[in-house]
Structure formats: structure tokens, C-alpha cells
Ligand binder design. Sequence first.
Ligand SMILES: [Zn+2]
Ligand SMILES: [Zn+2]
Length: 397
Amino acid sequence: MNISIIAKEIEKEIIAIRKTIHRFPELAYEEYKTAETIKNELLKLGIEIIVNENYTGVIGILKGEQEGKTLALRADMDALPIHEETELEYKSQNSGIMHACGHDIHVAVLLGVAKILSKLKSEIKGTVKFIFQPAEERKKGIPSGAETLILNNVLEEPKVDAIAGLHCWPELPYGTIGIKRGGMMASSDTLNIKIKGKGGHAAHPHKCIDPITICGYIITEVQSIVSREIAPFDSVVISFGKISGGHAPNVIPNEVELQGTMRTLNERTRNLIHQKIRDRVTMISRSYGGDAEIEIIKGSPSLTCDDNMINILENVINNQLTETEIVNLKNPSMGAEDFACYLQHVPGLFFRLGTANEDENSKIPLHNSKIIFDERAIYHGMCAMSTFALEYLEVNR
Ligand SMILES: [Zn+2]
Ligand SMILES: [Zn+2]
């Protein structure tokens, strides 16, 4: 049976499910209703379900009628603490919460893929593991959904050989799929620096150690790590988003706190930047008689797809899906994605699902209160993911 035909048949029903999920968005680790919807849909298909009281996600297992590898397909489920400002008839009913990153579409696409593949069990050469993952939008200080699921053995029983996922992309029109070889998305680490000086009267700076002056040197000097010590073709971002210190114009404070984010496209550069920042900040602080406490909180790692999996997706789209077009993305994104955590363990494929149309509101960036995703993308997402899954299991038998 042809995947495109089945996808067309179920498209309306899947779009309706997406609208319900959009109407009732839930924050990270609170996706109870969303999980309920997913469970009910998977049960209707006779798919084996694994739930775990440690998280709100849902895992589904579909065994093909032939032996083979296990491919995991992942959709994230959570929404954002944003007040929706669209006029959609299915706009958010949960005040202050919105599916502004398109995870409602990801869930809908994966439910559609589950429907399609459960009709094609005889053609599946192996097992498909559906991972409906909570909490991609990391709350500060707690593990992301991918980290939680990995800790709870989502990549075991059955052991996952590879994983694939997608993300809505308002920079591409609906009907297109974006791929990127090499570094695709950045690692994201938080930097907390406490600069310790010695406070006193601002009229007598020689009797103090001024942490504000030290902080100024650190802010400018750290950028020279990026410009002078990292190769120009190796992308790195260091941005400081918060400075706090001092109470009065004529008082030198004891301490200044500086917080920022660091992004890199590979793990080698990531480790190098961590060390260089520690060295530079300590050296500058001490050269003025002060000191510094440096805390680096590691977020998601950088994301690089498996080239063979990209080739499979490219081939199936070019040869089997005439309505969908593949686009090679020119640049990586310095944004981060916790899908990268799975890729620390298994090879994976992450691709962009074009969701833009002629309406300007469909082209504004993710996480915006006015963004409207074109739901026609769902059909293309279902076709691409299902066709890829069958082909991956076929060629990797
Ligand atoms: Zn997001
Ligand atoms: Zn997202």
C-alpha cells in the first residue's frame, strides 16, 4: 500500500488531533492530557505501550512481521510559558501557555506515522519504537526530557539501533524538508561567574579591589577567545545576558555576578572553550588582586546527524515522495535541541519540516506568541518519516 495514499486518508483526523493538543498546551513534565491523548490513539492501533511514573512521556512499540533492527522515532510534547496572541479558532485555552515551538505538530505527525506503519506491519523489517518525549524546553536546573528518558532506559528493551526526529521550521515553506550535513545545531551551556573584589568608597579605589572594572575586562577579553583562539570556520558564540552588582554610584561593591550562554558546534571546541574561559576569567581576576568562582552548567550537546541516515532520507524523498521537496540547509543553527542527547548513544537523523506559507505570521521565528504553523506540513512530515522508517529498516537489516 502506498504511504502517500494512507497519509492523505488520515490527514484530516490527524490535523484534528493536532488542534486539540494546540488548544490545551502543557508545560514541561506536566504533559498529562497530551500523554492521555497519545495513549488512547496508540491503544486504538494495538501498539504496545510503555509508561513510567518517572516521566509524562509515552513509549510505543510496533513490531514488524519480519526480523530486523529497532528504529526509534521521537516527538517532543511540551509547550512554552508564552501567552498566545493569534486569532486561531483553536488557540490556546490554557492561559499563559502556548505551543509556539510546534511540538503539537511533532506529536500529530508521529501519531500519523504510527497509524501508517501499523497498517504496513507486514512490510516492516524490524521494530519501530515511538518516543513521545516530555520537556524538550529545558527548565533551568533540571534534566531535559531526553536526558530523563535515557536515564530511564528508553534506548534499551528493545535496544534502539538508531533514532530519527523532526522539527517545524518557519524558514522553509510547507512541502519541503530541510537537511544539514556536519554540525547542525549547537551545544548550549550556561556560564555563571562570580567576580570577587573588595568593596569600599568609590573615591578611594586604590584601597579597594574593583570587581566592576574586572568584569568589564572579562566581558571584552572573553570575546577574543572566539576571535583569536578558535578557527574562523568553527562557529562559537559567547553572549552575556545578565550582570548584577553594586548598590550605589559612590560605592565599589564586593562582588559582581555575570551570567551568559556558550554555543559550539562540536564537542572538542565545547571542551576547549570551557577550559579557556576558566583560565581567562581566573587570570584576569587575579591580575587585579581579586578572584572568581566559575560555574559551567552543561545543557544539550551539539547535534550532528549520521550521513548514511541523511542519504536514506534524501533518496526516499527524491524517489518516492513526488510532492515533497528536499532542501540542503546552508547554515547550522546556533540554537540547541535535546534530541542531541540521544545522539551521544546512537546514530540519528534530525530534519526540518517546512511550515511557512504566504502569511507573514508563518515566517516569524519559533517561540513567538504570534507564530502560525501551516498544518499542511503534517502530511509531508508523516510521509517523510514513515517512508524513511521503512527504508532504514530495509537497508540496515
Ligand atoms: Zn523550542
Ligand atoms: Zn522545539
